[in-house]
Design a protein around this ligand. Structure first.
Ligand code: HEM
Length: 400
């Protein structure tokens, strides 16, 4: 098919519900589940994968590379200048394996469980600071963003006082309209910031991830460059994800108040409720991006070597072949945990135990402490992030 006739894959497509993927992609899942699309204003074509089985097949297959330096890689930005060093998630084995190993211990469930009391205290303190509104309160600014930001700063050993500096730069990484030079500048500044911090930790270590990375640099397990790269990724991934999940979950629950009691139930119900919110909202709505290293046949379609693939996890997570009545938020859903919201395969989200802990603590506490929580503006006036790589909400005026 000539490129001009190929549909464009665009984040900004109209949605019939702000909490569901654009309907066009659900139609593709039914009619043409591995379809040709274009990106970058029609300049590049790629394959869009929308079914759950096919998404897993691509993400679990080493013939699909995450390395953005392959010519024609379907990256989020068209004009990205070559960076002196990449993003951790964009490496393939064996480099990726070594880098990920440097962090695996930090995100083990037992280790993250030890952070739960601290996360609960921070949640409580932020909610204390929000009581008795005499005017609408922005839930993003007062709760959804500071919570994961405070937690990741503490975990990494990054001073929270610098949060505006690194939040501004992290935002550029998920801005689908950023220019290549803007991205490169944010990347360089955040790298320089974390490189300085790593040097400080090498001189005076603390009980934090950066200090332990600095120690691994000293023992030669990772290079200083790799340690900085890992730290940049963690700092950015630590807030641009969970913060959006908290804000979107609040809206999803306010629109489905019959579901709130399940969130306030026992520990197992809370765990399941969070899995369902992760499935239903699937905030990484811009697709996971890969490059075929060889010809691979997926779902009966041969993707030729050298071509790009976009895995639409948000569409796959509503595949009716896997999830019954997938467009319904059902916090009691038995199979919610099969979702691909954290990806699948070797790049599956490293921070998922942390994200889960934060959501399992923050969301029930928000609704328990503020039972009268409601939107202070009509839903049509809520500023959803349309052009960002991670879906979310800019500002969420609420009252109670
Ligand atoms: C609800 C919150 C989150 C969601 C939905 C999410 C989603 C994802 C997804 C889909 C991937 C796979 C990317 C790919 O395959 O190309 C990923 C990777 C990753 N995430 Fe998360 N994430 C979340 C929170 C976090 C947090 C809190 C951290 C760290 C503090 C984190 C750290 C990472 C890292 C380091 C990777 C790269 C793993 C690798 O390439 O081996 N994420 N995340």
């Amino acid at each position: 098919m000539p490129l001009a006739d190929t549909p464009e894959y665009s984040l900004a497509r109209p949605r019939t519900s702000p909490l569901a993927p654009p309907p066009q992609y659900s139609r593709l899942r039914a009619d043409d589940p591995i379809s040709r699309v274009t990106i970058w204003d029609g300049r590049l074509s790629a394959w869009l994968v929308t079914r759950w089985e096919d998404a897993r097949a691509v993400l679990g297959n080493p013939a699909f590379s995450s390395d953005q330096t392959h010519p024609g890689f379907p990256g989020h930005l068209p004009d990205l200048p070559p960076l002196p060093h990449g993003f951790f998630a964009n490496y393939d084995p064996p480099v990726h394996t070594t880098m990920r190993r440097a962090l695996t211990r930090e995100f083990m469930i037992r280790k993250i469980d030890a952070l739960r009391p601290g996360i609960a205290r921070t949640t409580s303190r932020l909610l204390d600071g929000m009581s008795r509104p005499d005017a609408p309160v922005d839930l993003v600014k007062r709760f959804a963003l500071p919570l994961p930001s405070l937690v990741i700063c503490d975990l990494l050993g990054v001073p929270y006082e610098d949060h505006e500096y690194f939040q501004d730069r992290s935002r550029v990484f998920v801005d689908g309209t950023a220019t290549g030079p803007q991205f490169a500048q944010a990347w360089e500044e955040l790298n320089a910031y974390l490189l300085r911090l790593l040097a400080t930790k090498r001189r005076s270590p603390g009980d934090d991830v950066l200090s332990r990375l600095a120690e691994q640099v000293d023992t030669g397990t990772v290079t200083e460059r790799d340690a900085t790269d890992l730290a940049v990724f963690l700092l950015f991934a630590g807030h641009e994800t969970t913060a959006n999940m908290i804000a979107l979950s609040a809206v999803a629950l306010l629109r489905n108040p019959d579901q709130v009691p399940r969130l306030l139930g026992g520990p197992d119900e809370v765990v399941n409720a969070v899995e369902e919110l992760l499935r239903f909202l699937s905030i990484v709505h811009s697709g996971l991006r890969r490059h075929a290293l060889e010809d691979v046949t997926i779902g009966g379609v041969t993707i030729p070597a050298g071509e790009g693939v976009i895995i639409a996890g948000n569409v796959a997570n509503r595949d009716p072949g896997i999830f019954t009545d997938p467009d319904r938020l059902n916090l009691g859903r038995a199979d919610a945990r099969r979702h691909l919201a954290f990806g699948y395969g070797i790049h599956q989200c490293l921070g998922q135990p942390l994200a889960r802990a934060e959501l399992q603590i923050a969301l029930p506490e928000l609704f328990r402490r503020l039972p009268g929580l409601r939107l202070a503006v009509p839903i049509e006036h809520v500023a959803f992030k349309k052009n960002t790589i991670v879906y979310g909400i800019e500002e969420l005026p609420v009252t109670w």
